[in-house]
Design a protein around this ligand. Structure first.
Ligand code: PLP
Length: 366
């Protein structure tokens, strides 16, 4: 079977995107505007929290959250060693030190046990990352944080719509951060948001988002930033959010087809989701056994590329980037970083395309 190229993911417009963007353009409100407010209201309602604060991307959303929590030089922020490194990099940008924990070998998320070993008198905050749409086991993490007086920010950038014990990812800790990047479950091109139940934190993030100005124009209450999302981008987000149930359903179909076709393949292990988690899988990811794939994960990526299939490697483990983060031992993270491969994961993949990906993938096995 020969197929056209299959990208790892590509954005899809599900309904009113174009109409709302044209409306935003015609309104002349192209910086802030009514779609930003609507996206914040709709996203807060979707997450079942009082407040959502839109941002220009997921990374600036994290920055806004850290500033609201007053994370500053001398503080330590515990982040997982396997995951997208925005949470660690923003710790560095506010002058704090990222301290990397191991992750669980099956769920690929950090646990309370991993975190506890990283706590020092300087620890200010914990940032669990809900990698690939999984959700960290948040109850023990919150119990640990509360018992030590630590702040928690959930990095739910990859977990829009995932649930943990019936609650939306990102709403269990006082602050939850999301990304609306082009590949994410809903997109605004570039964009993000923080959700919270705290009016005080919400106000503080809004202050930092817009130059530290509130009541009086050109009066800076704090040294703020510009973390704002545009009305044009928010218009796309409003249209996407209208369709989020359909999008999630398609993601579920894609994930189930992959598991049906690959779960009994020797040398392949899927990321583990506990029964507390009802995921919207952002990335269908598996860890390869070196006996079945002796050529190595990167060679498998290359072989699939030759067959027209774009895949992604697992995240680079923090200990492999000592030029930024220093030296540490993280054997589980390092193993995942070498052996994880993420297959095309977009919600518009057809059953035929998934079958082609799986057959091609199996042909790489020795
Ligand atoms: C876990 C995680 N955190 C943060 C981000 C940053 O989001 P953005 O790319 O919107 O800045 C990403 C995005 O790729 C991510 O996957």
């Amino acid at each position: 079977m020969k197929m056209k190229n299959i990208p790892w993911a590509s954005p899809h417009y599900w309904g009113n995107e174009e109409r709302y963007v044209v409306d935003a353009l015609q309104s002349s409100w192209i910086s802030g505007g009514a779609y930003v407010e609507r996206l914040e209201e709709d996203f807060a309602r979707y997450c079942d929290v009082p407040y959502a604060i839109a941002a220009s991307n997921g990374t600036t959303a994290l920055h806004m959250a850290y500033l609201a929590l007053d994370i500053r030089p001398g503080d330590e922020v515990i982040v997982p060693g396997f995951g997208f490194m925005a949470a660690a990099n923003i710790a560095l940008h506010v002058g704090a030190k990222p301290v990397f924990s191991e992750v669980d070998a099956d769920s690929w998320c950090m646990t309370a046990h991993d975190i506890e070993r990283c706590i020092t008198p300087k620890t200010k905050a914990i940032v669990p990352i809900h990698t690939y749409g999984n959700v960290c086991d948040m109850v023990p993490i919150m119990e640990l944080a509360d018992s030590r007086g630590l702040r928690v920010v959930e990095d739910a950038a990859e977990a829009i719509g995932s649930k943990y014990m019936g609650r939306m990812a990102g709403t269990i800790a006082p602050l939850g951060v999301f990304s609306f990047h082009a590949t994410k479950t809903i997109t605004t091109g570039e964009g993000g948001a923080v959700v919270t139940s705290s009016l005080e934190l919400s106000d503080r993030m809004r202050l930092f988002r817009s130059h530290g100005m509130a009541a009086r124009r050109y009066w800076h209450e704090v040294a703020g930033h510009n973390f704002r999302l545009t009305n044009i981008q928010a218009a796309i987000g409003c249209a996407q959010l209208e369709q989020i149930d359909a999008i999630s359903k398609e993601r579920d179909r894609v994930y189930k087809t992959y598991t049906k076709l690959l779960q009994n393949t020797l040398g392949v292990r899927f990321q583990y989701y506990s029964n507390k988690v009802d995921p919207v899988v952002w990335a269908v990811a598996i860890v390869l056994d070196a006996f079945a794939f002796p050529q190595g994960r990167d060679a498998v990526i290359e072989q699939l590329k030759q067959m027209g299939i774009e895949t992604r490697p697992g995240f680079c483990s923090a200990n492999t980037m000592h030029h930024i983060y220093g030296n540490m031992q993280l054997p589980v993270c390092e193993h995942l970083s070498e052996q994880v491969i993420s297959l095309p994961s977009g919600p518009t993949l057809t059953e035929e395309e998934i079958e082609y990906v799986c057959a091609s993938f199996k042909s790489c096995k020795k």
